[in-house]
Ligand binder design. Structure first.
Ligand SMILES: NC(=O)c1ccc[n+]([C@@H]2O[C@H](COP(=O)([O-])OP(=O)(O)OC[C@H]3O[C@@H](n4cnc5c(N)ncnc54)[C@H](OP(=O)(O)O)[C@@H]3O)[C@@H](O)[C@H]2O)c1
Length: 199
């Protein structure tokens, strides 16, 4: 399959890109700093420019987007706006714009995260963004009515990210990026829609 992958250079993205390539897929690897396929999903015009270049697709996967962390009182409107525009509206806009050039039966797989369902300190923006994204995936997948499939992968903290985020997740078992990547493979190659894969 020809797959557009946004966020392909990241911790999760690197593993997903490897897993999809190992399965024989033709992966268009995009991210903000990419030389060949640059895109910033928080900017709808940049998404449009990328899709124009990329052409017809069988699937889109996204492992991009970020949310600010901090005590809830300190997460101001600018912090909320950045998290919403990047991880929530960025991924939704990617699907909205890509759907017309994705073949019937093709799929979209987005990235969520455990903070949407488990509480941690400093994670209030991420909790709201992940929760909203998962609700949108369920609603939009139902509306797609079988023409396209739409799922999200919701990982716990990654083993590879423990040095960066481990202190936010005391007592949480971690997951290897390679295992998270298999959920993306399952979503792309399987038949599920409206699913949130908790890994
Ligand atoms: N790491 C974890 O433990 C963990 C656990 C659960 C969920 N998640 C979620 O998984 C996602 C990826 O996490 P990660 O740890 O793999 O992050 P990461 O290592 O920082 O990688 C992020 C990737 O997305 C790209 N990117 C970031 N913002 C972008 C934007 N606005 N437009 C296009 N590309 C963008 C980055 O490349 P450029 O900088 O070049 O754009 C990079 O390829 C995040 O949404 C995070 O919340 C992570």
């Amino acid at each position: 399959m020809r797959i557009l992958h946004v966020g392909a250079s990241g911790t999760i993205g690197g593993a997903v890109r490897t897993a999809l390539s190992d399965r024989g897929h033709d992966v268009v690897a995009a991210h903000r700093g990419s030389v060949g396929w640059p895109v910033d999903i928080s900017d709808p015009e940049r998404i449009h420019d990328l899709l124009d270049e990329v052409g017809e697709l069988d699937a889109v996967v996204c492992t991009a987007g970020s949310t600010p962390f901090g005590p809830w009182q300190q997460l101001d409107r600018a912090a909320w706006t950045s998290g919403i525009e990047s991880k929530l509206l960025g991924q939704i806009e990617l699907v909205r714009q890509a759907v017309d050039q994705t073949r019937t039966g093709g799929s979209f797989t987005l990235i969520s995260g455990i903070i949407g369902r488990e509480r941690i300190r400093s994670g209030s923006v991420a909790a709201a963004v992940n929760g909203a994204l998962e609700s949108w995936v369920a609603a939009a997948a139902a509306e797609m009515g079988g023409e396209h499939r739409l799922n999200a992968v919701s990982p716990t903290v990654l083993t590879e990210s423990l040095d960066r985020y481990g202190d936010f997740f005391p007592g949480f078992p971690s997951v290897a990026a390679a295992d998270v990547a298999q959920a993306f493979v399952r979503s792309v190659e399987g038949i599920d829609t409206g699913r949130i894969y908790r890994v």
